[in-house]
Design a protein. Structure first.
Length: 272
């Protein structure tokens, strides 16, 4: 009887990865993609743009009505949306959030002002305090400051160690990717102004009894480290600007332009 020829296993091609043996360690590819560094640049933002004052009020009302209708649909459809606001001190985050939420049904949104972590929050992983503020079904969650404090103020002021803030970029990307994979629509705003505009707004706040409470010694301290903060912001844009959770850099020297730009973007994200 003729012997059956043994079938030879094909050899892997040159450069092909060999299967790892049981118990070996293997590298896992990142589960998220980011845009190439330099896709968004602070030094390329046109801060001269202005809203047409003759059309501002009409356009604002149009956008607010659209946002209201979209928020109701978001609520009825059980979708979850998250808007995170970051920016320079006195860049106008509060004013944008106020115009965004003014027409909304309060049953369908929450605004979370984020300050320094409390003692309980410090005893947990640094992202823990954001988990229980995430939007439920039908909700829009709006963060006035966010988890990006880890790679901004905590980095610049030394509140986080070098190791902690350096690994935070991957932690943030993984955190946001978990949310978007689970159906959350996520958009992040950076409101950008120049130093001259910030100084003028600081001085205006000092003499305005209704706004003076917004100005603190920390604001003046942070201003002295403008270049350090600018570098930290650029690093955040370079490392966490992703298709599923993009950064929107808003020129905000003109507050009216910034408000319209924010509402237009939010309306786009809320559309089905």
């Amino acid at each position: 009887m003729a012997k059956r020829a043994r079938r030879k296993r094909p050899r892997p091609g040159r450069g092909a990865a060999r299967p790892a043996r049981a118990g070996a360690l293997v590298e896992r590819a990142d589960r998220f993609q980011t845009f190439a560094p330099g896709t968004l640049r602070l030094d390329e933002v046109d801060l001269s743009v202005r809203a047409d004052p003759r059309r501002y009020e009409k356009r604002l009302l149009e956008l607010q009505r659209e946002v209201y209708g979209l928020q109701i649909k978001n609520y009825l459809d059980g979708r979850r949306t998250l808007f995170a606001f970051e920016g320079w001190d006195a860049a106008g985050k509060g004013g944008c959030i106020k115009r965004l939420t003014a027409p909304m049904d309060p049953r369908g949104f929450k605004v979370w002002p984020i300050a320094a972590p409390r003692d309980e929050e410090k005893r947990n992983h640094w992202l823990w305090r954001f988990w229980y503020r995430l939007p439920e079904k039908g909700e829009v969650a709006i963060f006035d400051r966010s988890w990006y404090g880890r790679v901004l103020v905590e980095r610049v002021e030394g509140f986080a160690s070098d190791d902690a803030w350096r690994r935070a970029y991957d932690e943030i990307n993984a955190f946001e990717k978990m949310l978007t994979d689970d159906g959350v629509r996520l958009c992040k705003f950076w409101l950008h102004i120049d130093r001259k505009t910030q100084l003028q707004r600081f001085e205006d706040r000092e003499t305005d009894l209704l706004k003076k409470y917004k100005l603190s010694s920390e604001d003046w301290r942070n201003r002295k480290k403008w270049s350090d903060y600018a570098e930290a912001v650029q690093d955040a844009l370079d490392r966490t600007h992703r298709p599923d959770a993009p950064w929107i850099v808003v020129p905000a020297n003109d507050k009216k332009h910034a408000r319209l730009a924010v509402l237009e973007t939010c309306a786009r994200f809320l559309r089905p």
